[in-house]
Design a protein around this ligand. Structure first.
Ligand SMILES: *Cc1c(COP(=O)(O)O)cnc(C)c1O
Length: 404
């Protein structure tokens, strides 16, 4: 008889965002006259930029002509896109990454889950706490995280690295040695970053203990401060210990279009086996590719006009971030993030739990945010607001919060 993967049965009941959706819909049904403003979910809202739309139209037309029709995309991505990425995202910054170390995919979420396929179930993972829930959830599905301890809201076999006000929202090197270290900077949900020197310490540590770092740089385009690294490969020695995940979702609005990539340098090895060759095999077989049309649109981001339009979108969101940051400060909240990331992280007032504050904000200001505890146990007592709303709604939401 067939058997299921019973690791799935260990997962805690409901995904964070479905719980939020249920609560919001119950509230609106009971209060149909109230207008709710959503500053919660981590999705972009601006339409795709003109350069992307033009490129999409052009690529669709190519698919309609025999001479320019394309079938299956190359397993690892089209060269025109991989070359553009290598030049703009790496070589330009002095990072030693070549086009054939870039694997194009349908997004960083898929890759951050799928990458586990090339690692043994015996590896012990370390994660920032709080962080994007996908790393822990997908490792739980793979059977790598032990048992879920409901009272602690933790998995028994995961090394949690608390990122709280006490640590300036950055992780400290763990006491217990991990095999796989997930780092996400700029961080979702805290909006925090680490400096290049701090990241170098992680690279040195990983090389020393023989760990691999999976570095999620989905928010790289939001970095505004000088000493914050845009890629882990700015650090010396990263080629032998780091995988990087990137996405077109948050910089260019591709959340509904789907495009991302993963970098695996050829020097990254376990014994004498190169992870690059394993991922190439996996990527080729399971076909994690993005369509030609979408890869063309992605390449358009790297043109001069594409960069200009992308920067305009980011500037729009970061104006919202500033509005939230300053509004919360003037209302007396303790806040961080919002400078190199579209996320603002606040400490809940009056020792409210994250979910108590969620209800309080929904009922009294009709504003929806995200409870920090949903991103890990150290997120308890914190709350995330995002800059992805419209400017008008962001201003109105902050007026409501200030009036509480
Ligand atoms: C949104 C997000 C992603 C998802 O990227 P996709 O390319 O849309 O799958 C990955 N990592 C983090 C930290 C994110 O917040």
């Amino acid at each position: 008889m067939f058997k299921i993967n019973d690791n799935y049965l260990k997962l805690p009941g409901s995904y964070l965002f479905s719980t939020i959706a249920k609560k919001v819909s119950a509230y609106s049904q009971a209060n149909p006259d109230k207008e709710i403003i959503r500053l919660g979910i981590g999705d972009v809202t601006l339409p795709l930029s003109p350069v992307v739309i033009d490129t999409l139209h052009g690529a669709v037309d190519e698919m309609g002509k025999a001479e320019t029709f394309r079938g299956y995309a190359p397993d690892l991505g089209y060269d025109f896109l991989r070359n553009a990425i290598a030049d703009y995202d790496y070589k330009r910054l002095g990072a030693d990454i070549s086009a054939d170390e870039i694997f194009v995919s349908d997004g960083a979420k898929s890759d951050s889950g799928n990458i586990g396929d090339i690692f043994s179930v015996d590896n012990k993972i370390a994660v920032c706490d709080p962080v994007y829930p996908v790393y822990v959830d997908t490792n739980a599905m793979a059977g790598r995280t032990g048992e879920y301890l409901v009272d602690q809201q933790k998995w028994s076999n995961v090394i949690y690295m608390p990122c709280t006000a006490e640590t300036n929202f950055a992780p400290e090197l763990p006491k217990e040695t991990p095999d796989i270290i997930y780092l996400c900077f700029p961080n979702n949900p805290t909006g925090s970053t680490i400096t290049k020197d701090e990241l170098q310490r992680w690279v040195d540590y990983a090389n020393k203990v023989g760990a691999v770092i999976i570095y999620d740089a989905a928010y790289e385009a939001y970095i505004s401060e000088e000493n914050v690294p845009h890629t882990i490969y700015e650090c010396e020695g990263a080629r032998t210990c780091a995988i990087e995940l990137r996405s077109f979702s948050k910089n260019a609005g591709f959340t509904g279009v789907r495009l991302g990539f993963t970098v695996i340098p050829k020097d990254l090895k376990s014994g004498d086996v190169s992870l690059h060759s394993l991922w190439a095999r996996r990527h080729g077989t399971k076909f994690n590719g993005a369509p030609y049309i979408i890869q063309r649109a992605g390449a358009a981001i790297y043109t001069e006009e594409g960069q200009k339009q992308t920067k305009q979108q980011i500037a729009y969101y970061m104006k919202n971030a500033k509005t939230i940051l300053e509004g919360l400060k003037s209302a007396g909240y303790t806040v961080s993030g919002g400078v190199n990331a579209p996320y603002i992280w606040l400490k809940t007032p009056d020792k409210m739990t994250s979910w108590e504050f969620f209800d309080y904000l929904l009922e009294n200001a009709n504003v929806v945010g995200t409870p920090g505890s949903g991103f890990g146990p150290s997120g308890e007592g914190y709350f995330r607001l995002t800059a992805f709303g419209s400017y008008e709604n962001t201003v109105r939401a902050l007026e409501r919060i200030k009036a509480l």
